[in-house]
Ligand binder design. Structure first.
Ligand SMILES: Cc1ncc(COP(=O)(O)O)c(C=O)c1O
Length: 416
């Protein structure tokens, strides 16, 4: 019955499936005895979902028509598009103007919608997309959904971004394929918590420019965790200056999301922010992304967009949220320090970490058995293709303190 193109396309045992298991377990065992490190949303130390008070209030006070009505325009309201630009690119607008660089915004169903639109809009059937080797594995499903393939670049060499491998993989691919979509999830990469330094971004852009002499490049910078960068707001956005004045055959698309930044996970509000020096490419982007929205989910939540308009039209709201977020970042720092300190004591290896929601333990050998062993100990960690992900965002310090020892014990059990 199923269409041939859908046969075998299934989601794996990802975070949502693990969470269901934990829910079942909680019926029989006290939560204090369970470590649930599978959830990618921000929880307080009592393991309740954190929502900005300002956002909660703003949403509840919206006129009913702003929540329940259709949004104006399939690609998002003009006010929302302006608010997204202010949020992400306000430091660089003058530079973009000076370097004749255009910006366009299309509202999408979360950051996921932005990635979906970009793959669907720019890849040819069967193309290979370049993904990082440690990644949010939904990228793979998103390529499969569109009958695309993927290759990976190595994320790390020693403790830095592996520029050499990135360059090698990109140049090989562009010479063969003539057009390549590259995904860089930065800052605060999911699942490792790595953030490229500004200098690493400069080097990446030089490599992308070199590759562009062989074909067209779409650089998809997924910024879902940008507002939890431990370096602060300004530095988290500094590398966007490098997207001004690029050659016309390089299109940059930022995958923007209100899910984490504004705790609007369920409102499904995001955007593609397209950046290019070509008017023609921007015109193509505008009509094609609008078409893709219409044929995927039509328009997105009017209420979600209205929240962002309110925030960027009233400094008071933005300041409240930013102040609140700094407290939450401090909580993440405390959790990260707790985990790292204990990992060091246990000699447990972890990927280079700079900030954000997650840390990853690189692990390939007998990983599934190790994850199952931990489940028997009531510890739930998210298995990845090449590691296990620890969710700093949802596990309190008390539990993070114990986690490295338990993981080390499980690894050692299977290495005997
Ligand atoms: C790396 C990354 N990108 C994008 C998203 C998309 O989030 P959403 O569709 O909720 O905006 C997520 C969500 O977990 C993510 O981890």
């Amino acid at each position: 019955m199923l269409g041939k193109k859908m046969i075998g396309k299934k989601l794996g045992q990802g975070a949502f499936a693990m969470s269901r298991k934990v829910k079942e377990l909680k019926k029989t065992i006290d939560n204090s005895k369970i470590i649930n490190s599978t959830i990618g949303t921000f929880f307080d130390d009592n393991e309740n979902l954190l929502i900005f008070d300002t956002i909660d209030k703003l949403y509840r006070e919206l006129p009913a028509a702003d929540i329940f009505g259709y949004a104006a325009g399939v690609s998002g309201s003009a006010e929302y598009k302006d608010a997204v630009k202010k949020d992400i690119l306000s430091d660089h607008i003058d530079l973009f103007n000076k370097k004749n660089t255009y910006i366009d915004v299309t509202a999408t169903a979360g950051g996921t919608g932005a990635i979906h639109n970009t793959f669907k809009g720019y890849a040819e059937e069967g193309d290979i997309v370049l993904l990082p080797n440690f990644m949010w594995e939904a990228y793979i499903s998103l390529t499969q959904a569109d009958n695309l393939n993927y290759e990976t670049y190595n994320l790390f060499s020693n403790n830095s971004f592996d520029l050499k491998d990135f360059s090698k993989k990109l140049l090989n691919l562009i010479k063969k394929q003539k057009k390549v979509i590259i995904v860089i999830n930065d800052p605060c990469q999911n699942p490792t918590g790595y953030s490229l330094s500004f200098e690493e971004w400069e080097a990446v852009i030089e490599i992308v420019k070199e590759a562009a002499s062989y074909g067209e490049i779409v650089l998809l910078n997924d910024i879902a965790y940008i507002d939890y960068d431990f370096r602060g707001r300004e530095l988290s956005r500094k590398h966007f200056s490098l997207f001004a004045g690029l050659p016309e055959n390089i299109l940059v698309v930022l995958a923007y999301s209100m899910s984490k930044s504004f705790t609007c996970y369920g409102l499904r509000t995001g955007a593609q922010i397209a950046i290019s020096t070509s008017k023609e490419i921007m015109d193509e982007f505008s009509y094609s992304s609008e078409f893709l929205c219409r044929t995927s989910w039509s328009n997105i939540s009017k209420g979600g967009m209205a929240i962002l308009n309110e925030i960027f039209n009233n400094n008071k709201f933005l300041e409240e949220i930013n102040t609140n977020r700094i407290e939450w970042i401090n909580l993440l720092k405390e959790r990260a320090n707790t985990f790292i300190e204990n990992a060091k004591t246990e000699n447990l290896e972890y990927c280079p970490f700079r900030g954000g929601f997650f840390i990853t333990i690189p692990l390939i050998d007998r990983k599934d058995e190790i994850v199952d062993y931990l489940i028997k100990e009531n510890i739930f960690v998210l298995p990845l293709k090449n590691g296990i992900r620890i969710a700093l965002c949802s596990v309190p310090c008390e539990k993070l303190k114990k986690l490295p020892k338990e993981i080390k014990k499980a690894i050692e059990f299977f290495s005997k």
